[in-house]
Design a protein around this ligand. Sequence first.
Ligand code: PSU
Ligand code: MN
Length: 305
Amino acid sequence: MNLEKYLDITPELREAIKNGEPVVALESTILSHGMPYPENLSFAAEVEKEIRACGAHPATMALIGGKIKVGLSPEELELMCRGENVGKVSRRDFATYLATGKTGATTVASTMMCAALAGIHVFATGGIGGVHRHGEVTMDVSADLQELARTPVAVICAGAKQILDIGRTLEYLETMGVPVIGNGTEDFPAFFCKKSGFKVDYAAQNEEEIARIIKTKLELEMPGGVLIGNPIPDEYAMDFDYMEGIITKALELADAQHIHGKEITPFLLAHIKDMTGGESFASNVQLALNNARCAARIAVSLAKM
Ligand code: PSU
Ligand code: MN
C-alpha cells in the first residue's frame, strides 16, 4: 500500500498516535452537509475544545487536494464549514476524490477508513446512517453499516435518526457481527430522543467498561467496529411523537421531489431543521458535544490499557 503518498497527518497527531496518546476522530460531513454556516464553525471549534478538555487530541478528517487530511488547520476547517464545492464522500467516492483532487467531506464510513489508516481507534459523531425506511424495497442501506462490519474503529453516536428504519438497521448490524453497546442505558437511542423502542446488545456501566470491550475486540483482531449508543442529555431531548410527525412530513417532501441516493440524508436533515426551527439544531449540537466527551473518555481509558 502506498499510503504515505496520500496520508497527511498533522505533526501533533503524528506524535500523539506514535506515543499511544488518546485521539478522537471526527467527521466533516456533519459540518459541510449537516449544519449551516457559520454555526458549524463555532461547533467545530467547540467540539475540538471539549475533546482537549477531556485529555484527548481531536482529529477531524477530510479529503483535500488529493490528500487524506487527518487533523485540519483553521483554514481547512473554514473550507469544510463553508461547504462550497465540497462533496459528500463515502467509501464509494474515496478513490475518485483523491485521484481528482476534489474537496470531500467524510461521512461515518469514510471517517472510519481515515481513522483506521492513521491508527486511530475511537470516533465521535452525531448519528450514523442506516437502513432507510422502505429500504427492503429501495435497497437504500447506508455504507456506514458495511464499514462498521469491516473496519476496526469504535463509533460513538446518539443512535440513529427516525428518518431511518431503526429496527432493520439493528438487524443488519447483528447479521454483520457489530456489537451495539449502550453507554449507561439498555435503550438504543434515536438521536433527538433517548429511546428508539429498540434495545442495545449490552448496557455498559461507563466509558471504562466500553474501552475494555473495544480493547478485547482489538486484541482478538476481529474485523469490524463497535457501535456505542450514547443518549442525548435529558435537558436537550425532544419528544418522540413530535419528531415522528416532522420526519413523516420531511419524508413526504423527499418522495414528492424524487430525492434518492446520497442526496436523501442531507435533504431530510435540512428539512427537519427548517421545520423544527432552532430547537432541533441546539439539540443536535449538544448531543454531538456529549458524544465527543464520551469518546474522549473512552480513548483516555483505552490509552491506559
Ligand atoms: N445522520 C445524521 N446526521 C448526519 C449524517 C447522518 O443524523 O450528518 C451524515 C453522516 O455523515 C453519515 C451520513 O455518515 O450522513 C450517511 O449518509 P448516507 O445515508 O448517504 O450513507
Ligand atoms: Mn443511501
